[in-house]
Ligand binder design. Structure first.
Ligand code: T4K
Length: 407
């Protein structure tokens, strides 16, 4: 259902804010993570094919077509569709031969990155990030390497590609595997090479909230035929043929209907990115004029999906990130505090490593000052304008707002 077009009330006094007596700026909630939906007709055609064929899952024709389309787009040998990125990460790490020991991983990420290790008895060791890109800082990796270290699991946070060259050099020197969590990075590149081609394997998420979705889903990419062979066995219970099992396995298969969504979404992908990019540029232009706030800028010379609008609240802004999020929420703008409070402050990791924060100063800082604003095709140019007008109003009136909120 399309949102109603409303003449949005401009805030002229602090009491106009919905946090106090005012009417919310948006009549309905504006979410971060509203799905990008492709053409309904294209999706329904694929759905109809599935219905008629009665082939619903287990590497059917839509999954195979989706994999072929992904390989073509990413320029990678294997892009194996899976039921979600969390299972994809679990399977990929195991397919790389890692079933114990330690893996170095950022704490500044969605909890799934750490859980995919802990879930299978592998110890996540948290590494700090680069405040400029929010990705793992290669300079912080080596001091964390011990005789038990087996791999590095960096995350291309917000679609910013990690420092591939530095990470690969460290991995080579210490004979470690590299698995990239590329959940955010579909459609992004590094020096002309698409994400999906880095490390020993990469895992994308096609969750509903991602730039491209298959309802739930993801894919594991690799250019290594043997790793791909093992992944294909592992996502299908370890079966080779009808009655023989050669590996411990799980059910990580993508269904046909998810692949139908994937095929339709790939057709629409350039349109999703163009929309995201227009919004991103609009946000950048407006927020540059607002004192105390800045947008995390992406490198526009290469490919990026521009899906996440990440705003930093300056130390001297005079109002906290949390206070701003509260004001926005009251106006029905559901900004998110990704990735507050950091994996190291969530269970079970906070009990395991109560002092981890001491080694993660940049992570600790980012989790306190960032907020993520709505984007995707569900966010219009008019929405971006209203959000930016409101942010400008908040920052201009922060002294009075903070005072009124304290009453
Ligand atoms: N690695 C990284 C770095 C990740 O960010 C993620 C997932 C993963 C691994 C694991 O990937 P998957 O196993 O999920 O494939 C969301 C997503 O659930 C999660 O997939 C994502 N990262 C994370 C960053 O964001 P929440 O808890 O914030 O989701 P939720 O349910 O609050 O949804 C956000 C908003 O989106 C809602 O307020 C409304 C809107 N929404 C959501 C859904 C599901 C819709 O409008 N329609 C929908 O169908 O985690």
């Amino acid at each position: 259902m399309e949102r109603m077009k409303l003449e949005r009330m401009t805030k002229t006094s602090v009491q106009d804010l919905a946090l106090f007596d005012g009417k919310p700026l948006f009549a309905e909630p504006l979410h971060v993570g509203r799905p990008n939906r492709p053409s309904k007709a294209v999706f329904m055609q694929h759905a109809d094919d599935i219905w008629e064929s009665a082939w619903l899952t287990n590497n059917g024709p839509k999954v195979q077509a989706f994999e072929a389309a992904l390989c073509k787009m990413l320029g990678v040998k294997h892009a194996i569709p899976v039921c979600n990125a969390t299972i994809g990460l679990q399977v990929a790490i195991r397919a790389l031969g890692i079933d114990s020991g330690e893996v170095i991983v950022p704490s500044f990420t969605f909890i799934a990155t750490a859980h995919c290790l802990e879930w299978q008895g592998i110890t996540p060791v948290f590494c700090d990030v680069d405040p400029a890109t929010h990705c793992m800082d290669p300079a912080k990796i080596e001091p964390l390497i011990t005789p038990r270290t087996r791999a590095i699991l960096p995350v291309h946070v917000w679609g910013n590609i990690c420092d591939i060259e530095a990470i690969d050099a460290i991995a080579k020197k210490h004979k470690l595997s590299v698995l990239y969590d590329a959940a955010h990075a579909f459609g992004c590149d590094h020096n002309g090479k698409m994400a999906g081609n880095f490390g020993d394997a990469e895992v994308f998420s096609f969750h509903a909230t991602k730039v491209m979705n298959t309802f739930e889903g993801g894919c594991i990419t690799t250019n290594d035929d043997e790793v791909a062979r093992i992944i294909r066995l592992m996502i299908n219970f370890g079966f080779i043929g009808k009655d023989q099992v050669t590996h411990v396995g799980t059910n990580g298969k993508m269904s046909e209907i998810s692949s139908a969504m994937g095929l339709a979404s790939l057709e629409a992908f350039d349109g999703f990115v163009a929309h995201n990019r227009r919004n991103y540029q609009h946000y950048c232009q407006r927020i540059a004029e607002i004192s105390g706030l800045s947008v995390l800028e992406y490198d526009e010379t290469g490919k990026h999906n521009f899906h996440y609008i990440i705003v930093k609240v300056a130390d001297d802004a005079g109002i906290s990130r949390d206070a701003i999020v509260k004001i926005l929420e009251a106006e029905n703008i559901l900004a998110r505090r990704y990735f507050y409070p950091g994996c190291h402050r969530m269970e079970p990791y906070r009990s395991y490593y109560p002092n981890a924060g001491l080694l993660l100063p940049e992570t600790e800082k980012l989790t306190e000052v960032l907020l993520c604003l709505p984007n995707s095709t569900a966010t219009t140019d008019e929405d971006v304008k209203s959000i930016c007008d409101l942010l400008a109003f908040i920052m201009q009136n922060h002294v009075e707002i903070v005072k009124s909120a304290a009453k």
